[in-house]
Design a protein around this ligand. Structure first.
Ligand code: CTP
Length: 354
């Protein structure tokens, strides 16, 4: 193991130099073969690339490789991961200079593409024309801008990104990869920069055409899911976007719940005259069965109420559940449902008027 020629690379080196925490550490191994790593008990995990998990640390180790694109789209790469591939070649296939710095075991930095200079100048600059081989990199640059707001996109990189967008390269990506970038950007400290950078290079169409006018949108603090739910979208736009990007259901539901019931729910403290409308919203949000969904919407719309008056929804839930028709009501089916509903609205009216 000690003889392996390996280097820390990518986001871990970049983030360490920026003094930010990094979620994971990726390594590159130079001059080795798959058989050698397997003999050292590494576990192969990469389907498309020779990537392995270290037997003890479980960190990712990849054989140094070069990639050349065969055709349009992300799939279809000619990969060379033979022991002759050098560290410099491996770093050369990467997206940005600040992501193409390596660190050896002694702590020495290897920086053939001047990533250190761009880090200190706060510039996102592509390493080479090979940037265009993975169109997701356009979204990645925008996402890095949302995470590192004092960085600027180099002019030549902006030009390259624009040419990729114009050539229709972004269409070739899978919905899942694009959505992952959107979700990360919405969870970043400055999501509006994602929209700015993509807007500047024409990268919002075709995936996010509904969000073309968001540069001036004010993002409140919150999770990625909460920020998504606050985007100024109509129901038709939300549905279009959700289908195209295959957005996870919990994101779409929160956004739809805000669109449909946000007006009445955020008008807290509720007036007695709103009893029927509020009852409709609460039952659609399944309050009588389970409070999880309503709690998520209220945490989005009125975190102040959740913090200060959290018990109010519990009271309403208990009160509504306790309302029953008299034992001898003699009704069934929809007549029964309607009578119970009216009785519950009456209860809610009284509760809100108290
Ligand atoms: N990389 C690349 N092109 C991509 C994806 C990744 O060149 N489309 C390279 C970059 O060198 C990147 C490294 O692979 O730094 C690791 O990728 P990843 O873990 O996806 O991103 P990080 O840069 O580590 O950033 P983060 O973990 O914050 O997403």
């Amino acid at each position: 193991m000690q003889d392996l020629d390996c280097y820390l690379v990518g986001g871990a080196v970049r983030d360490e130099l920026l003094g930010r925490p990094s979620p994971d550490r990726d390594w590159v191994v130079v001059g080795a073969t798959e058989a050698e790593l397997l003999a050292l008990d590494f576990m192969r995990v990469g389907k498309d690339f020779p990537v392995f998990l270290h037997p003890q640390t479980k960190e990712e180790y990849a054989l140094a490789r070069t990639e050349r694109k065969r055709g349009q789209g992300h799939r279809g790469f000619a990969i060379d991961a033979s022991p002759e591939v050098t560290l410099e070649q491996d770093l050369g296939r990467r997206d940005l200079t600040i992501n193409a710095i390596a660190k050896d075991r002694t702590g020495q930095l290897i920086d053939p593409y001047n990533g250190l200079r761009d880090l200190s100048d706060r510039i996102f600059r592509h390493v080479s024309e090979a940037f265009t081989e993975d169109p997701l990199r356009v979204f990645r640059v925008a996402r890095f801008a949302a995470q590192l707001p004092d960085f600027k996109v180099a002019e030549e990189t902006q030009t390259l990104m624009r040419s990729m967008a114009v050539a229709g390269e972004l269409q070739t990506l899978s919905a899942e990869r694009v959505w992952q970038e959107v979700a990360k950007a919405l969870g970043a400290p400055h999501p509006h920069r994602w929209f700015e950078v993509l807007g500047d290079c024409g990268g919002l169409a075709p995936w996010l055409e509904e969000l073309q006018h968001l540069a001036a949108h004010r993002f409140y603090s919150g999770s990625s899911e909460q920020r998504f739910a606050q985007l100024p979208l109509s129901m038709a736009e939300l549905e279009g976007l959700a289908k195209r990007l295959r957005i996870p259901k919990h994101y779409v539901q929160l956004a739809a719940d805000r669109l449909l019931y946000g007006a009445v729910l955020s008008a807290y403290p509720w007036r007695a005259s709103q009893a029927a409308e509020l009852y409709h919203a609460l039952t659609e949000l399944q309050l009588l069965h389970d409070s999880a969904r309503i709690n998520r919407v209220m945490a989005l719309l009125r975190p102040d109420v959740v913090a200060k008056d959290g018990a109010v929804l519990k009271d309403i839930r208990q009160g509504l559940r306790a309302v029953q028709l008299p034992a001898d009501h003699g009704m069934s089916g929809s007549a029964y449902g309607e009578a119970l509903k009216q009785l519950r609205i009456t209860w809610l009216h009284r509760y809100l008027a108290r």
